[in-house]
Design a protein around this ligand. Structure first.
Ligand SMILES: O=C[C@H](O)COP(=O)(O)O
Length: 336
């Protein structure tokens, strides 16, 4: 696969005009409502019991699995966040985002033309990703604000966001200060998220909670609510660098916070589980959970993403298996 960007600027402008544009939901946020935050509970044993039932049941009927796996591809923020990232690696990742699976497999499934939801890189790699994705309508997401610890000076975290937006990032994944949660300084968390939201300007903003470092599910519920009140367009579990990353119990808590926020404000906030999701069957579990708890509207790239570096490889292997087996009819009708 070529490392080179595939179109010139002029060609890409024409191509972009012809492709449907992904319209991302925007969350205007609201004043900090401390009463609501303090009311937010997470009954750990009930959450864990509910999460434990999920792997035991078949999440998606076998006949529709290939379609859902293709759907999952369109929901991946295809990620490389490694200290040894190079421009060549990022260009290869972008080529994979454009053509995520062998074309003959997609043809057999009636799924030609699908791409990943976005590409996610470090700030330094934004210009390379922007150039490599020109003309594709695949957004570039940048992890900014001193990812993954988020402990660089505050003004530098804001400046990093602004630089990433200037370099062409469509989406910014910020990391919150875990210490604000661990010390119960909810006002500081709200103010920080507000400032990050403002620095993002026109870019979409995802708030990474690093839930593996927040201590309790109750803290996760409260931090989720506060980030949404402060204007986060998405809430995201993890950087992928914590010792515990996305889990089903944490997902239940965050998804239910999203539901509460929607019921109270009418604003839809997206959800991004990230870190350690590398198996196709796990992706199907997350989609089943999302559909059960929030309904099919959320199973779209403007409201759901997987943050994942290796999930796509396993999905491709499973699709090969489906196409070589009995499931070779068109599945496009099976998903929204
Ligand atoms: O935000 C995305 C994560 O860093 C990806 O984590 P992963 O490499 O475990 O898939």
């Amino acid at each position: 696969m070529s490392d080179k960007p595939v179109t010139t600027k002029a060609e890409s402008a024409t191509a972009k005009a012809q492709l449907p544009q992904l319209t991302l939901a925007r969350n205007p946020g609201m004043e900090l409502d401390m009463d609501w935050v303090m009311r937010a509970q997470a009954n750990t044993s009930a959450i864990e019991r509910r999460a434990a039932t999920l792997p035991g049941r078949r999440s998606v009927k076998k006949a529709f699995q290939a379609a859902w796996l293709c759907k999952a591809i369109t929901l991946i923020d295809l990620t490389t966040l490694a200290g040894d990232d190079t421009e060549g690696r990022v260009r290869r990742l972008c080529a994979k985002a454009r053509q995520p699976v062998r074309p003959d497999l997609l043809k057999a499934l009636g799924m030609e033309g699908i791409t990943t939801g976005a590409v996610c890189v470090y700030h330094d790699m934004v210009p390379t990703a922007v150039a490599a994705l020109r003309g594709s309508n695949i957004p570039v997401a940048a992890v900014s604000t001193g990812f993954p610890a988020g402990l660089s000076p505050f003004h530098l975290r804001l400046a990093e966001i602004e630089e990433s937006v200037k370099a062409g990032a469509d989406e910014i994944d910020i990391v919150i200060s875990r210490r604000h949660v661990l010390t119960g300084n909810w006002q500081a968390l709200y103010d920080e998220m507000r400032a990050f939201r403002a620095a993002c300007g026109p870019a979409h903003v995802k708030a990474i909670l690093a839930t593996g470092e927040l201590g309790t599910l109750q803290n996760t519920a409260r931090a989720s609510l506060i980030c949404m009140m402060a204007g986060a367009d998405f809430i995201k579990t993890s950087t992928g660098k914590e010792s515990v990353n996305a889990t089903l119990p944490v997902s239940l808590v965050m998804i239910r916070a999203i539901r509460d926020y929607f019921e109270a404000t009418g604003h839809r906030v997206g959800y991004k589980p990230a870190g350690g999701i590398s198996k196709a069957k796990d992706a199907l579990l997350y989609l089943a959970l999302l559909k059960d708890e929030l309904g099919p509207r959320w199973v779209q790239p403007d409201l759901f993403r997987f943050g994942a570096s290796s999930l796509l490889g396993d999905i491709e292997r499973q699709l090969e298996h489906h196409v070589s087996g009995a499931y070779s009819a068109s599945y496009r009708h099976a998903i929204g």
